[in-house]
Design a protein around this ligand. Structure first.
Ligand code: MD0
Length: 354
């Protein structure tokens, strides 16, 4: 298969088939650079030089789930967990809004305290306060929610519901998210969309997914009503244990995973040109931003204010307390790539794209 004519067809609006998608996902070296250049071209056509900024508030690291890839898995007894109060979340949200982010992403583990009746009412109150007191959109990333809770969030003014599948292969899902319901997560994103929320799904790279599974997942996601789609690389910790090797039995290649992540981001952009695609600061910190933007991302996520005792999800405290995840550092990095933060109007107009 030849790369150049395929990229040309995709830039003209064609959708790749499964074989072509797998081919794209396995490009490396000079061909990966060509793939990323095409992804940048696709981004430029829809978003120009404008980039969205997402502040990240990991408000509780308590979680009832036992995900193989996550440090906050319930069986990790060694983790020093925290739970921010509603007042603290509000304070941090206002601080991030003051730094000029477009979105406040309230993320929490499936924490029975925050997701119980009283805690959830308080979460909704925080959302409505942040909507009333800032110009920011609010994303909530609380794990699996039922329709009533999704509706309460929508009524409180949330615009986004993030719920990552990690993989669209049921067998790998069972290994990554033991005792969780594969279909329920997908249904929750669909229910959120019906309620007028924007939904985000995400794939985990380097934790067992082969290029075939990733290709299937990309094509599946393209058919879903998702306004944001992400790829993030698995960051190993002593307390996590993702499946070694791929489902097909091939050993995973640790050295290849950074390239696999970039190739996947570029493919997401080419297949879904008008959707938001994050360059997360949570995997490789500020040093990893340029490559992710070069792979076609149009929003920078996981901006975290220093000194608030907050953590990342994939990485722990990478670049948090040295101010390398603040908006100013990101703005400087964007300038170096000829990019700039979106205006609020630009960002809001992206949410209406189809
Ligand atoms: C990020 N650490 O954007 C955040 C997190 C959850 N909605 C987002 C994975 O990288």
């Amino acid at each position: 298969m030849k790369l150049e004519p395929l990229l040309e067809r995709l830039l003209e609006g064609a959708q790749p088939d499964r074989r072509e998608t797998r081919f794209l996902l396995t490009r490396r070296g000079g061909e990966l650079r060509q793939l990323c250049a095409a992804a940048r071209q696709a981004r430029e056509r829809v978003f120009g030089p404008a980039v969205g900024l997402y502040g990240f508030i990991y408000l509780s690291t308590h979680c009832r789930n036992d995900c193989a890839f996550c440090r906050c898995r319930s069986s990790n007894a060694d983790l020093a967990r925290y739970r921010k109060s509603a007042e603290e979340v509000l304070h941090i949200g206002l601080r991030l809004a003051g730094e000029g982010v477009h979105v406040l992403d309230l993320t929490l583990g499936e924490d029975p305290r925050w997701l119980g009746a009283r805690g959830f009412a308080s979460l909704c109150e925080v959302v409505s306060q942040l909507r009333a007191r800032t110009d920011c959109a609010v994303m909530v990333s609380p794990g699996l929610l039922d329709a009533a809770r999704l509706e309460a969030l929508a009524q409180a003014g949330a615009q986004w519901y993030a719920c990552y599948q990690e993989t669209h292969d049921p067998a790998l899902f069972r290994r990554l998210r033991p005792r969780q319901d594969f279909a329920a997560r997908q249904d929750a994103r669909r229910a959120a969309t019906r309620l007028g929320l924007h939904a985000e799904d995400g794939l985990l790279v380097g934790a067992g997914a082969s290029p075939e599974l990733l290709a299937d997942a990309v094509l599946h996601m393209a058919g879903q009503e998702l306004r944001q789609v992400r790829a993030m690389r698995y960051v190993p910790h002593a307390s996590t244990c993702p499946p070694l090797g791929t489902v097909s039995g091939q050993p995973g290649d640790l050295r290849d995973e950074p390239d696999q992540e970039l190739a996947l981001m570029a493919v997401l952009r080419l297949v879904m040109p008008s959707r938001c695609i994050p360059a997360s600061l949570d995997v490789d910190g500020l040093d990893g931003l340029a490559a992710r933007l070069d792979a076609g991302a149009n929003v920078v996520t996981s901006l975290v204010p220093a000194g608030e005792g907050l953590r990342g999800v994939a990485s722990d405290d990478l670049d948090i307390d040295n101010n390398r995840r603040c908006a100013e550092a990101v703005r400087t990095a964007l300038r170096r790539q000829g990019l700039r933060p979106a205006t609020r109007e630009e960002y809001q107009s992206w949410l209406a794209l189809s």
